[in-house]
Write a protein that binds this ligand. Structure first.
Ligand code: A2P
Length: 330
């Protein structure tokens, strides 16, 4: 298969290349794509060098599938042009996620709804992906009424500039700022832009995308999303109220049985998920599993994943793998 990676010079794009190589995705030809600025730059993939091309040049090279992570503007402009040329697009930006004619896919949750007519498939928001992977089997078993989530998000979610800001601040260098405030030694309760209702766009993504992916608008979700000075991954404190009663031991087994999820939960040995440990891994890690003693039928979880991996690159590659397996590409 001919595979284009649009945004190949970016943080998520380069992680996509790593994941494609690691998982041995059946690539006959790689087409790395970035802006005019990067044209001609060489990218190494599985020991071979490939020259970066622009999106327009990539369409002419007729890849079978294109993984996009080059920002919403690039996706809005180019994804339809790729799709019209018969190229299946898996888009990591937020451009198409809430479009009713586009599917928003986490393979373990709703991969079964993909069909051959899906030419632009949206990859959800990083914080949403790691949460819904865990919510899905719990919803099937106990029916979720309401979710209250607070996030602790890595600077890698903002891109190269944000990682540079953190490194500059640590080194005492005055540099370009990705955030309105210092991020090192700080916590910023503000991700993406503020909306009229007082929530940020990141918070509204977690709410709306969860309902869409779970295919159930009756699940109530409220979110507070927060940036912290960490690079390894996103962490989330998630409080879930169910319709039905549960036993903690059984609930653990339900979570453990979910594909791609690992439980790390042994307080006696000080074992719980942390972004340092999740970094570079494809799994979603769950710990601190305990009953909420303030309210019936409610549980508290701590969920951690590498936001560049399962939160972005790995999920996109898994969608491509699923499409290939179902013969839905081309
Ligand atoms: P470039 O390196 O040429 O600017 P990040 O979010 O980590 O900063 O990465 C953004 C990615 O999106 C980069 O690979 C960047 O390429 C790419 N990109 C930005 N604008 C465009 C564009 N107009 N067309 C194609 N790729 C783009």
């Amino acid at each position: 298969m001919k595979v284009a990676v649009v945004g190949a010079t970016g943080l998520v794009g380069s992680e996509m290349l790593t994941v494609l190589a690691e998982r041995d995705f059946p690539i006959t030809e790689l087409i790395p794509v970035a802006s005019e600025r990067s044209k001609g730059k060489e990218i190494e993939f599985k020991g071979k060098k490939y020259k970066v091309v622009t999106p327009a040049e990539a369409i002419a090279l007729k890849p079978d599938v294109a993984l996009f992570s080059a920002g919403g503007g690039t996706s809005t402009e180019y994804a339809p042009l790729f799709a019209n040329a018969g190229i299946t697009v898996i888009d990591n930006s937020s451009a198409w996620r809430m479009d009713p004619s586009k599917k928003l896919i986490v393979p373990e949750v709703n991969g079964d709804i993909l069909t051959a007519t899906d030419k632009i498939i949206a990859n959800p928001n990083c914080s949403t992906i790691q949460m819904v992977v865990v919510l899905k089997p719990l919803h099937d078993k106990y029916k979720i009424k309401r979710v209250v989530v607070s996030t602790y998000q890595s600077v890698t979610g903002t891109g190269v500039k944000a990682v540079q800001q953190l490194n500059d601040e640590r080194a005492g260098i005055e540099g370009e700022k990705a955030y309105p405030y210092q991020i090192d030694m700080n916590v910023i309760p503000h991700i993406d832009v503020f909306q009229e209702n007082g929530y940020t766009k990141e918070e509204m993504k977690m709410i709306k995308e969860t309902n869409k992916i779970m295919q159930d608008d009756s699940i109530k979700v409220t979110a507070t999303t927060v940036r912290i000075p960490v690079v390894g991954g996103h962490s989330e404190s998630v409080n879930i109220e169910f319709e039905n009663e549960f036993e903690v031991d059984e609930l653990r087994r339900v979570i453990a049985a979910q594909d791609g999820v690992l439980i790390v939960d042994n307080p006696a040995n000080l074992e719980y998920p942390m972004p340092r440990d999740a970094h570079g891994k494809d799994e979603v890690f769950v710990g601190r599993i305990r009953r909420d003693e303030s309210q019936p039928k409610t549980v508290n979880l701590w969920i951690v994943a590498d936001n560049l991996r399962k939160g972005a690159a790995t999920n996109a590659v898994q969608v491509a793998e699923l499409l290939a397996k179902k013969n839905l590409i081309g």
